[in-house]
Design a protein around this ligand. Structure first.
Ligand SMILES: Nc1ncnc2c1ncn2[C@@H]1O[C@H](COP(=O)(O)OP(=O)(O)O)[C@@H](O)[C@H]1O
Ligand SMILES: [Mg+2]
Length: 279
């Protein structure tokens, strides 16, 4: 699994796996943080087996909606449902059971610095299963192999490059064979070639294993390369949702501003930085 599968082959494989039922929904989600309404009535639906990308300028609420969808934090109002069940009405046991079927890799990677890469990946298996240690090690190594990081299994996180940290975090996110994986800015801060490698990994996990991927990014090339569908978040709302062609072909001025990177203040500075690093 360490080699790259051609982009076109991945897309073809993924298309065969795609389903039309909604696995995740946000309905009228509103969230107040620090006295400010960060999300202002978000509606979205993620289909089983797709790569769903949440895109938008810095500070528009992408991480916040991802935390809601992943069961980490309830919204101030509105509903998050997973397979038709209200996520935040589940009992603690039901929520735990659901969490075992999902994987998360958040922005900073959040690897434990005192544990080797292999032990970081093994952690969810040690905490949630009673498998013998030899089996856990084998599974952890298999996951590391899947993300192209088996050679680094004995290293401590501090020894990893930025791209390797992201891969390790993804390996940990897939440790328990999840059905849904949430990734927050998986290629942020990486050089374009390393970022493209992460994008290929995302497509591979989706196409080969059928994992539903919900990916937050402000990186337009990455979004357009991996997404089945994209939701553009602006001012705490879903301003548009559609395929790459629908979003890039939109005639709506605010969407055009975003895809053409003519972002208005106060996002101008973030846009300048994004432009500087991605071109
Ligand atoms: N715990 C918090 N308390 C107060 N404000 C917050 C908190 N978390 C996020 N925010 C604010 O909410 C807005 C959206 O944050 P976030 O979802 O992280 O945006 P994004 O991921 O799109 O950059 C930002 O303005 C941020 O400063
Ligand atoms: Mg964020």
């Amino acid at each position: 699994m360490t080699h790259r599968i051609p982009h076109a082959a991945l897309l073809e494989l993924a298309a065969r796996r795609r389903r039309t039922d909604d696995v995740l929904r946000a309905i009228a989600v509103t969230t107040v943080l620090g006295g400010r309404e960060v999300l202002r009535g978000v509606d979205l639906a993620v289909r089983r087996g797709e790569v769903f990308v949440i895109m938008g300028p810095s500070g528009c609420g992408k991480t916040t909606i991802l935390r809601h969808l992943a069961g980490l934090q309830p919204p101030s109002s509105g509903t998050i449902s997973v397979e038709g069940r209200d996520l935040y009405a589940l009992s603690a046991d039901e929520l735990d059971a659901l969490r075992l079927r999902t994987g998360l890799a958040f922005q900073g990677g959040a690897l434990l610095g005192s544990l080797s890469v292999e032990d970081n990946v093994a952690l969810p298996l040690r905490e949630n299963t009673t498998l013998p240690d030899a089996v856990i090690r084998q599974v952890a190594r298999m996951k590391l192999d899947m993300v192209g990081l088996l050679h680094a299994k004995d290293l401590l996180p501090a020894r990893l490059s930025g791209g390797m940290k992201k891969r390790a975090a993804i390996a940990r996110a897939i440790a328990l064979d999840p059905e849904i994986v949430y990734l927050d800015e998986p290629s942020a801060g990486l050089d374009p070639i390393t970022a493209a490698g992460i994008d290929n990994l995302i497509l591979k996990l989706n196409a080969v294993f059928g994992i539903t991927m919900v990916v937050v990014t402000h990186d337009l090339p990455s979004a357009s390369g991996i997404a089945d569908r994209i939701a553009v978040f602006l001012d705490g709302k879903v301003a548009a949702v559609g395929t790459r062609d629908e979003i890039w072909g939109s005639s709506e001025p605010r969407i055009r501003d975003f895809v053409d990177r003519r972002l208005r203040e106060p996002e101008g500075e973030a846009a300048d930085i994004a432009r500087y690093f991605t071109i």
